[in-house]
Design a protein around this ligand. Structure first.
Ligand SMILES: [Zn+2]
Length: 228
């Protein structure tokens, strides 16, 4: 990729990035993320209005192009997100979190989060994370197979841990599974945060590790396996 590309305004300026995103995501004009309406949408103007703010006359609520997307509620500037998407989409071999960390000038942890979110969006073909306002996402883990060189004992230490996220919506369920190192907070939470909208209602079993995870989401309930 030519270096000149990386100097494009959309990769360095947040307003230009937002406009580029609007052009891609709203080819027919601003669309309300809640009711999907293209009608009765107005631009919010005035001194105190944020750039890129719109108003839906049906929902009577405001929105921007990032509402409901993987870019929402992020501390990372929009231009860096846009550059990351561009880099990942245009690189044949894919981009590692390490490369993103260097190229974007964000911490490795942030780059890892961005890489996960963008990869999931590219795989599913849409830019919305799982869950969202009022949506339920179940988090479950199972243990399968046998790790190399691990003696078989009682418990799960010798097995591979797989975490599955399941979103249940009116149009059916969608799920994503991840092979995880273990089932501690540090193994699960970064993946859950990267894939699930923080406005979601999450459901987990009563295992202790989930107690900490709940505070990152709007609501948290428990299911007991015996009741399933
Ligand atoms: Zn609306």
């Amino acid at each position: 990729m030519a270096n000149a590309d990386l100097q494009a305004p959309a990769f360095t300026d947040d307003n230009a990035a937002r406009e580029a995103m609007e052009a891609v995501m709203w080819p027919h004009g601003a669309r309300c993320p809640r009711c999907q309406s293209l009608e009765r949408i107005g631009k919010v103007s005035g001194k105190s209005a944020r750039a890129g703010l719109y108003y839906c006359g049906q929902c009577e609520r405001q929105f921007t192009v990032t509402v409901g997307t993987i870019f929402e509620r992020s501390k990372v500037p929009l231009s860096k997100w846009w550059l990351a998407v561009h880099l990942m989409a245009s690189s044949k071999k894919g981009m590692s979190a390490h490369q993103l960390h260097r190229m974007l000038g964000v911490t490795y942890k942030t780059a890892w989060f961005m890489e996960h979110r963008i990869r999931a969006a590219m795989a599913s073909g849409d830019l919305t994370p799982m869950g969202g306002e009022g949506a339920i996402v179940e988090i479950d883990e199972t243990f399968i197979g046998k790790k190399k060189d691990m003696p078989v004992r009682r418990g799960f230490a010798h097995k591979h841990a797989v975490m599955t996220l399941i979103e249940r919506g009116p149009d059916g369920a969608r799920s994503r599974s991840f092979h995880v190192e273990g089932t501690a907070d540090a193994d699960l939470l970064p993946i859950i945060k990267a894939h699930v909208n923080s406005g979601s209602h999450i459901m987990t079993d009563e295992a202790g590790q989930y107690a900490h995870i709940g505070k990152h989401f709007t609501e948290h309930d428990y299911v007991t396996h015996s009741k399933r």
